[in-house]
Design a binder for this molecule. Structure first.
Ligand SMILES: [Zn+2]
Length: 125
């Protein structure tokens, strides 16, 4: 148990190491929706070593969606631009959230994006 705690702490230390660079990349705005409230670095692949590609600066609302929180179709419109990012944590992460909304525009937006084809197929099946 102590070991798990230490590993978890190291993981968080590694993420905070990237914090400044991620904030700069994001322009200190949420990389999914552009909001500026309560921004924090979010880890797209928590089981792997953190890297720029797997981290995104997200606002509180987007972090709650990333954790499985329900969003309305209207709110999710804010996420559309994120699909065009070349950062997987931004584009793929947003696509996963958009996929929970069954509306046609969301499916089309995922279809048109440049995210990984295998993930696209999985989200649109
Ligand atoms: Zn956001």
């Amino acid at each position: 148990m102590a070991k798990g705690y230490q590993a978890n702490k190291d993981h968080r230390d590694e993420i905070s190491f990237f914090g400044k660079a991620i904030g700069k990349r994001a322009g200190f705005k949420c990389e999914w929706c552009g909001h500026k409230e309560d921004l924090r670095v979010w880890d797209y692949r928590p089981t792997a070593a953190p890297e720029m590609e797997s981290l995104a600066l997200l606002c509180l609302r987007c972090r709650s969606w990333a954790a499985g929180g329900k969003a309305t179709g209207n709110e999710l419109h804010d996420l559309r631009n994120a699909l065009w990012s070349d950062v997987p944590a931004v584009a793929e992460g947003a696509a996963r959230v958009l996929a929970q909304c069954r509306e046609v525009w969301a499916r089309e937006a995922i279809e048109e994006s440049f995210i990984d084809d295998a993930l696209k197929a999985e989200l649109l099946k």
